[in-house]
Design a protein around this ligand. Structure first.
Ligand code: NAD
Length: 260
């Protein structure tokens, strides 16, 4: 097959969690444009519906699913909804996540657990439920959104819970990749650097956040934050047949931040 054809996703189906905005929305557009049917899953159903309308306007097939991915039953129902509608789940993008800036000594256990429930536990739940239907098919692509914060400690803001959750996502990715390779399921991750989305905008709205940009930009060799579109090539690559020999790997897309 010609090389660019091996990046096509025709006949594949995908779920993107947190697909209603930001990086997840950008992933939905990339997967849809490359030919996949896309289930846009989000706790905010309105956002998910908007993204579905955008995709349908481009001629893509898509559906909106309301799911709180920290809830085990809702995750199972999300996966079942795709299989019921489209017969198969090929690609599971486990992307929903939150950031919290807090000094470690001021961080309450409830807040720590709230972050871990979404950034770590939910990634496991979504991967496990995807594998439940991918394993009998003998094929699947699981792609977790980690972060450059899995590789380095951001500065100057303090975010011990976020950094720990993303480092755990990386090792979960490797662990599941090894465990599920005999079943034909590939598990990889994408680690974005600072990316201009609402998650970052909300943090930058805080007084602490306003002082951050002048600290961050000189640390990025390419000199600016990513846009969500900068991550689209990676998601198509990892979802497509062309990357079938890759598993347990992380694609770091950070403008060079981790070079220094
Ligand atoms: P965002 O806040 O813009 O979007 C997150 C989406 O997740 C929203 O649509 C939200 O409604 C949804 N969501 C939140 N809780 C949910 C839940 N319980 N169940 C289902 N959906 C839920 O965030 P973003 O910047 O697009 O980040 C997406 C992912 O990328 C996260 O895992 C984040 O940690 C990671 N990331 C972001 C950056 C960045 O700079 N923006 C950098 C590295 C990694």
């Amino acid at each position: 097959m010609a090389i660019l054809d091996r990046f096509r996703l025709d006949g594949r189906t995908a779920i993107v969690t947190g697909g209603g905005q930001g990086i997840g929305r950008s992933f939905c557009h990339a997967l849809g444009e490359a030919g996949a049917k896309v289930a846009v899953a989000d706790i905010d159903e309105g956002c998910a519906r908007t993204v579905v309308s955008e995709l349908e306007a481009k001629g893509c097939t898509a559906m909106a699913l309301r799911a709180d991915v920290t809830d085990e039953r809702q995750v199972a129902a999300m996966v079942d909804a795709v299989v019921d509608a489209w017969g198969v789940l090929t690609v599971s993008v486990n992307n929903a996540g939150i950031g919290i800036w807090r000094e470690a000594e001021g961080m309450e256990l409830g807040e720590w657990r709230r972050l871990m429930a979404l950034n770590l536990d939910a990634v496991f739940l979504c991967a496990r439920e995807a594998a439940r239907v991918m394993a009998p098919a003998g094929y699947g692509k699981i792609i977790n959104t980690a972060s450059m914060s899995a590789h380095i400690v951001n500065t100057p803001q303090n975010q011990v819970a976020y950094n720990s959750s993303k480092a755990a996502v990386l090792h979960m990715t490797r662990s599941l990749a090894a465990e599920w390779a005999p079943k034909g399921i590939r598990v990889n991750s994408i680690s974005p650097g600072y990316t201009r989305t609402l998650l970052v905008d909300k943090l930058l709205e805080t007084p602490e956040g306003q002082s951050m940009l002048p600290e961050w930009l000189p640390r990025i060799p390419l000199g600016h934050m990513a846009s969500p579109e900068d991550l689209q090539g990676a998601i198509v690559y990892l979802a497509a047949e062309v990357s079938d020999y890759m598993t347990g790997a992380d694609l770091l897309i950070d403008g060079g931040y981790c070079c220094w």
